[in-house]
Design a binder for this molecule. Structure first.
Ligand SMILES: Nc1ncnc2c1ncn2[C@@H]1O[C@H](COP(=O)(O)OP(=O)(O)O)[C@@H](O)[C@H]1O
Ligand SMILES: [Mg+2]
Length: 392
């Protein structure tokens, strides 16, 4: 058995003033009308696990309007060890406060790489941009995945981004006559070293990701061969040299033309580029295929099943695919799937799932839960839950 997310408490998170919800292993279905808080609930779980939002780069967006902080707390059930208590508090303008079993965790990168005791693979409808959007969307997907496995990768990627920005600044100073060209070599050693580390991390992951993507797409889409390949401006071996070769052209343009910040993932189905030619349906399934590939990759790397947080994933799919997904979720360590329509799941499935009803930022799960609902847990949880809702 794998770890799973057992309980969540949201305080001033999005449209939740204060809400507590329990989850079961296996399938959990969060159901509600539009604009009630389903997406926000999934974002809350992911925020608790990774320490940031997967939906926005601006943390202050998650703070409930009119409130001055947001806090999420979680309980992670782990096989053969004690339940882990995690909490992430955020007040705009202040450093985030993360605790694991009450002890402060100072590094967000360490926390995001498994500190919570469980990892999550998320799917939000907007994620279709990974397939149809810009190269930066695909790089972000890859970087987030690799960072969730290794804090060293997260740090190298962040440092690399900064080093490239500084290099660009220096290039413009050289072009405009404020700096001598000699300083560039020193900088380039740093850029090359960090960039090579990023490229190596990506290069290691790609064959596995490609294999899992192909098999996910066979199940989700059909027999046409799907592939994901790395489309790079340099290899780890050649990067340092390519950077040097590009120096004078880069000075002229005032920007760094080679390196992992320029690279892309190429996604194809039957040899056809999905980003350019994919239909909306193909792009949506390919997004899901990438997420399932990420799940397999995480499982293969850490030996544990990540939990799945899937927002409104059943709509726009035909019945055969909905049935496939239902089985997939029932057989995962844990999946939390939101929907406006319970009919997407058969009665037999709902009997084996926990149903969580959401309305206007309120959550009912214990009394209406089918299957694995744990009554009694709520009282125990309320007793032991932190009484102070403010960030430490
Ligand atoms: N920071 C916030 N504070 C208060 N309400 C918010 C905040 N962010 C989003 N909302 C509101 O939360 C509501 C529910 O959103 P959402 O979870 O996306 O609904 P659903 O997924 O059920 O359709 C929306 O009406 C949105 O305006
Ligand atoms: Mg939604």
């Amino acid at each position: 058995m794998s770890s799973y997310f057992r309980a969540l408490r949201l305080v001033n998170f999005r449209n939740y003033e204060s809400a507590t919800v329990f989850f079961a292993p296996g399938l959990n279905v969060a159901v509600g009308e539009n604009a009630q808080g389903k997406t926000n609930l999934l974002e809350g779980i992911s925020f608790a696990i990774s320490g940031s939002s997967t939906r926005t780069a601006s943390d202050s967006e998650v703070v409930r309007w009119g409130a001055d902080f947001a806090r999420v707390e979680g309980r992670i059930a782990r096989p053969e060890s004690d339940e882990r208590r995690i909490a992430v508090g955020y007040a705009p303008g202040q450093k985030k406060r993360i605790t694991i079993d009450g002890a402060p965790e100072r590094s967000l990168a360490d926390y995001a790489a498994g500190g919570a005791g469980v990892r999550a693979i998320t799917f939000f409808p907007d994620d279709i941009r990974i397939v149809k959007g810009a190269p930066s969307d695909r790089r972000e997907f890859l970087d987030a995945l690799l960072s969730s496995l290794r804090p060293a990768y997260a740090n190298a990627a962040a440092e690399y981004t900064k080093a490239v920005q500084q290099r660009n600044h220096l290039l413009r100073r050289i072009r405009d006559g404020y700096s001598s060209g000699k300083t560039l070599d020193t900088w380039d050693r740093k850029v090359a070293q960090l960039g090579t580390e990023v490229l190596e991390g990506r290069e290691r992951a790609l064959p596995h990701l490609g294999e899992h993507f192909a098999s996910s797409m066979r199940d989700l889409y059909g027999p046409e061969k799907a592939a994901v390949t790395y489309s790079g401006t340099a290899t780890p071996e050649s990067y340092s040299e390519r950077l040097r070769e590009a120096q004078s052209a880069d000075v002229e343009r005032g920007t760094t033309s080679v390196g992992p910040h320029r690279d892309d993932l190429k996604l194809t189905l039957g040899g056809v580029d999905l980003t350019v030619y994919g239909s909306q349906g193909q792009q949506r399934l390919a997004t899901l295929g990438l997420k399932f590939a990420a799940r397999e990759y995480v499982r293969g790397t850490v030996g544990e099943d990540p939990i799945l947080l899937m927002d409104d994933v059943m709509s726009e799919l035909d019945e055969r695919r909905r049935e496939y997904l239902t089985e997939y979720f029932l057989h995962s360590a844990q999946a939390v799937v939101s929907t406006t329509n319970l009919d997407y799941f058969g009665a037999g499935t709902l009997g084996r799932a926990k149903v969580i009803r959401i309305s206007g930022g309120r959550i009912e799960s214990d009394t209406t839960a089918c299957g694995n609902g744990r009554s009694g847990a709520a009282a125990e949880f309320q007793r032991t839950w932190s009484q102070r809702p403010d960030p430490e």
